[in-house]
Ligand binder design. Structure first.
Ligand code: 13P
Ligand code: SF4
Length: 339
């Protein structure tokens, strides 16, 4: 369906995250339209698709994105795609994962600031050293890692399957990297199940999710009867311990879509609350969220210029030897996840 300024405004007018000055107007949507039309035309010409993570700006999610989702869902889409070009609107490690899965395709990353505090906390040299220190351990990496790091690990996981995969791994000795809070949440989960697995872990954190405190959940519950609390597993164990639902970004969206409650507090990046405000303007989203400066660096102008004439830094390249070993690590995730 062709997008017009009015149809885009209809979708975005209930978006309330950030300052009231940032609310979308019809004039604002009209100014974005030439970029949207340009991107649509370039997608046709180049047989390209756009995959966009749930956290990126809503004008991208609700206009040019062909698929939106969490890191697992988008990896599956990248794996299944028959497009010649994949534009990955998210952060660098996600675009790299698409390239690991599709070495023969052109994968473009339009984000000039595509870091991630987790992916940036560790490199392949550190993993090689850790493997010498923990020779009997299975090395499990969160998808929020570079291709170089994945190439040194045994199994990749995402927030949607980390508990299930670590529980299913045959070895009782696991080294998990780089998210120490997610590792502690896995330890609590396994303890509750009576598992004897030993989990050692690295010291990284997500700078967005580590900020949340359990006290704010108590405050919100006290002042909002019936509120449902949804938490991403990158949050600390005391926060996860107070949640009604813990899951990936897509898991949280689906949980709200299925819930009968009228009020929610999502302890995660602001993008999720924004998506839900556009879908359920009559529901209440309480508490504050936090922006990820990396995800929010994506914009329509960068997508258009990247598709038209990518700069060398927009083209994702991975050395074939690294790609093959990283692919083995990611493929084991698909094997354990069973879908
Ligand atoms: P999801 O896989 O749940 O979308 O998480 C990705 C991420 O970076 C969360 O901070
Ligand atoms: Fe990385 Fe955190 Fe941003 Fe997710 S929210 S991309 S983990 S910095």
């Amino acid at each position: 369906m062709t997008i017009t300024a009015q149809s885009l405004y209809e979708k975005l007018r209930h978006y309330r995250v950030g300052s009231p000055l940032c609310e979308f107007t019809e004039e604002h949507c009209a100014r974005m339209l030439p970029y949207i039309e340009k991107i649509e035309q370039l997608k046709q010409e180049k047989n390209a698709i756009i995959l966009a993570h749930n956290y990126v700006a809503p004008e991208v999610l609700f206009s040019v994105a062909d698929y939106t989702g969490d890191s697992y869902g988008l990896s599956k889409k990248a794996r299944q795609s028959d497009a010649d070009v994949i534009v990955f609107v998210a952060v660098r490690f996600m675009a790299e994962t698409a390239k690991i899965l599709n070495p023969e395709k052109t994968v473009l990353d339009p984000n000039p600031n595509g870091g991630c505090s987790l992916a940036d906390s560790i490199n392949a040299g550190i993993v090689k050293q850790l493997r010498r220190e923990y020779p009997d351990h299975t090395f499990v990496c969160y998808i929020n890692t570079t291709a170089d790091v994945k190439a040194e690990c045994d199994v990749c996981v995402t927030s949607s399957n980390v508990y299930k995969i670590i529980e299913a791994i045959e070895n009782d000795k696991i080294y998990f990297l780089p998210d120490k809070l997610m590792a502690q949440n896995v330890i609590d989960f396994l303890k509750e199940k009576g598992s004897s697995k030993q989990i050692d872990f690295y010291d990284g954190t997500c700078y967005v999710h580590e900020e949340y405190e359990a006290g704010s959940i108590d405050f919100i519950r006290k002042n909002n009867e019936g509120v449902e609390i949804l938490v991403h597993p990158e949050c600390s164990p005391p926060v996860v311990g107070k949640a009604d639902y813990v899951g990936s970004t897509t898991g949280m969206l689906e949980h709200v879509r299925e819930s009968k409650s009228d009020s929610f507090f999502l302890l995660t990046e602001c993008g999720l609350t924004g998506i839900l405000q556009t879908e359920y303007p009559e529901k209440q989203f309480v508490g504050s969220c936090t922006m990820c400066r990396y995800m929010k660096s994506n914009c329509l102008t960068h997508i258009a210029s990247t598709l038209e004439q990518p700069l060398p830094e927009n083209i994702v390249n991975i050395a074939p030897e690294v790609q093959q070993r990283a692919l083995a690590c990611v493929d084991r995730m698909f094997h354990y996840a069973g879908r």
